[in-house]
Design a protein around this ligand. Structure first.
Ligand code: FES
Length: 173
């Protein structure tokens, strides 16, 4: 009488080997799927658009000479999914017929939004009492430098700012 033990063992081994390969393949696929968000997050700073972008923020004729106004615009670093969160602001002043100046709305201390006060002609920060003169230089409080100034130009009657990441000096990254 012949015994089928060997062929049964072989069948069992090949089934086991098939199942282990299947399990390892599934684990490999799951690992790759789980790794995609981490890899994307790590590569994101390199893939993000870093080039400065000129943005139209107002019409030049909207400004009286000497007037300082807040304008809003989209950041230079836009994500496809970003909408209103990509908006930022700046203060623009018309110094004379052809000269405009633009200040970041973010305090150079820790980035709180400053507000323009017409009477004392100061930019005031509500967070820690920082203050800046009308030319953006530091007047008082913890900031150790003036407000960041945006490059600005007039093109076809429109005021345009060159948007870019704002350096905040008191934060070391
Ligand atoms: S963030 Fe403006 S003074 Fe601190």
């Amino acid at each position: 009488m012949s015994c089928n033990c060997n062929s049964g063992k072989k069948e069992q081994q090949s089934r086991r080997s098939f199942l282990s390969k299947l399990i390892y393949s599934i684990m490999g696929i799951v690992t790759v799927i789980l790794a995609i968000p981490f890899i994307t997050a790590m590569l994101e700073p390199f893939l993000r658009q870093k080039k400065p972008v000129w943005r139209r923020v107002a019409e030049a004729n909207d400004f009286k000479i000497g007037e300082t106004k807040k304008v809003t615009f989209k950041n230079s670093t836009l994500y496809k999914w970003s909408s209103d969160i990509s908006k930022t602001a700046a203060y623009v002043r018309r110094d004379n017929d052809n000269e405009f100046i633009a200040f970041s709305v973010n305090c150079s201390h820790l980035g709180c939004p400053v507000r323009w006060e017409d009477k004392p002609q100061l930019f005031c920060c509500p967070c820690h009492g920082g203050a800046f003169y009308r030319d953006g230089s530091r007047a008082a409080g913890p900031p150790n430098r003036g407000l960041y100034k945006y490059p600005i130009r007039i093109k076809n009657g429109s005021v345009e700012l060159e948007t870019q990441a704002i350096p905040i000096t008191n934060i070391t990254v």
